[in-house]
Design a protein around this ligand. Structure first.
Ligand SMILES: Cc1ncc(COP(=O)(O)O)c(C=O)c1O
Length: 439
């Protein structure tokens, strides 16, 4: 539980990230494409490579240590997402390959439920993988974003007419990697389960911004990428045991056909799994400053059961979410007051709880790529284009050029936003000297 009184320790946070310490005046505003890592994560990766870079499953010490590290990492990630058990966690290359592996298995179980619902808000990883099932007889049903144009949200009520006894699964994101808007995924699950359909969540963009709770989300499958959540490049999935164990996933014949082996064909990158474990420990550490004394006593060791670590991790993620609402507000105010700039997505300052500080915008009379390049030349890292969500960006009326995206996380600061505002205003003026004043 949050004490609600503690100020977010931004200076301490920034000191924990070596890349920020070495960045000089560079602003990391492209975190949706990958975040920086704490020093402890780097240390965990290094330790693995230096001390135990061997295959697991053998009786010698180093191999046993790898087995133990993977078991610990599974417990840690289970606590991070509030899984029902560590066996529900699978490690792998990235989120996309998990979506593909699970969708290929789902595609073999369509039978009387051939309909798969995909959304217009999603990253293409959680769309194209499902569209590929059409060749196995799937019928794709589109869940469109709201037509309040600039907001373009996913409204769970709009799912209702799409759901029926033929719906096999609803695939949707928890947060848009383009506009930053959140989806009420518990409401999605309630509606989907009412007709006997399953729910597949893409938590990649959401993960660094707030607590993941697979029990509260009530999802059947959830995928995530370590490199968006302060760990190295790797992915993980959390699947409801009963759901995944029913699927015909691919594994070698002698590998057990149940969790956690169910989705882990081949060898993954162990050092990055060690890094993911350390990333969870970092978030838990942050949470220790925000839990009340009773909860703190439960969470002193990393060896504690997942359930007892979850409240501390959640306290850390809630503190991050609260701090990030201040970042969203400052970023919105800063960008919206620049003449000629239009922000897409939720801009209402009373609705900050419905978004994360991922902001996409357009500059009148300037190509998004020109804006991103001009910012890069001035030491600001942002991105332009369709953000792998071309359907959404088309609905915003911004294809083919796309939008500019600034995506912040909890190590960014209000001062950085102010700096960004000054530079962006100058860039906009240079690129579009005739741009009108919106007043
Ligand atoms: C929302 C979202 N989903 C999925 C992905 C793909 O993740 P991965 O690179 O781990 O496959 C991304 C990557 O940017 C993303 O932002």
């Amino acid at each position: 539980m949050l004490t609600g009184t503690r100020v977010f320790p931004i200076d301490q946070v920034r000191r924990r990230f070596p890349a920020l310490q070495q960045a000089g005046r560079f602003l990391f505003f492209d975190n949706a494409a990958g975040a920086q890592i704490p020093g402890t994560v780097l240390q965990a990766v290094t330790d693995h490579l230096l001390l135990r870079n061997v295959q697991r499953g053998a009786p010698y010490r180093h191999s046993r240590e790898v087995d133990a590290m993977i078991a610990r990492a599974r417990e840690s990630v289970a606590a991070f997402v509030n899984a029902r058990g560590a066996d529900e966690i699978a490690f792998g290359l990235n989120a996309t390959s998990f979506i593909r592996a699970i969708s290929l298995a789902v595609g073999q179980t369509l039978a009387a439920r051939p309909e798969v619902i995909v959304s217009e808000l999603d990253h293409e990883a959680n769309v194209a993988t499902w569209l590929a099932l059409e060749r196995f007889g799937a019928r794709i049903v589109w869940w469109r974003v709201t037509s309040d144009h600039e907001c373009a949200r996913l409204d769970p009520a709009a799912l209702e007419p799409l759901l029926n006894e033929r719906t096999r699964l609803v695939a949707c994101t928890v947060a848009s990697n383009a506009t930053g808007s959140l989806v009420n995924v518990a409401d999605v699950a309630r509606r989907a389960h009412a007709v006997g359909a399953e729910v597949f969540l893409d938590a990649v963009h959401y993960a660094p911004h707030g607590p993941i709770d697979v029990r509260a989300f009530d999802c059947d499958y959830l995928v995530c990428s370590g490199y968006k959540v302060f760990a190295p490049h790797m992915g993980f999935a959390c699947c409801r045991r009963e759901a995944i164990n029913r699927l015909p996933t691919f594994r070698e014949e002698f590998i057990p056909d149940v969790t956690p082996d169910k989705l882990e064909a081949g060898t993954y990158v162990y050092e990055n799994v060690a890094g993911m474990e350390a990333a969870v420990a970092y978030l838990e550490d942050l949470g220790r400053g925000f839990v009340n004394e009773g909860a703190r006593l439960d969470t002193v060791t990393h060896a504690a059961a997942p359930a007892s670590r979850t409240p501390t991790i959640r306290a850390g993620m809630n503190a991050i979410a609260e701090y990030e609402r201040a970042l969203s507000q400052a970023l919105l105010e800063t960008v919206r007051k620049i003449p000629g700039v239009t922000v897409h997505g939720i801009t209402d300052p009373t609705r900050l709880a419905e978004r994360v500080p991922t902001l996409c915008f357009s500059v009148e009379g300037a190509a998004p790529s020109a804006v991103a390049e001009a910012l890069a030349a001035r030491d600001i890292g942002v991105r332009s284009g369709h953000m792998y969500s071309p359907r959404l960006v088309a609905r915003l009326g911004r294809m083919p050029g796309g939008v500019v995206r600034a995506s912040l996380v909890h190590y960014n600061t209000i001062e950085e936003i102010e700096q960004f505002g000054v530079v962006l205003e100058e860039v906009v003026r240079r690129l579009n000297p005739d741009g009108g004043d919106r007043g």
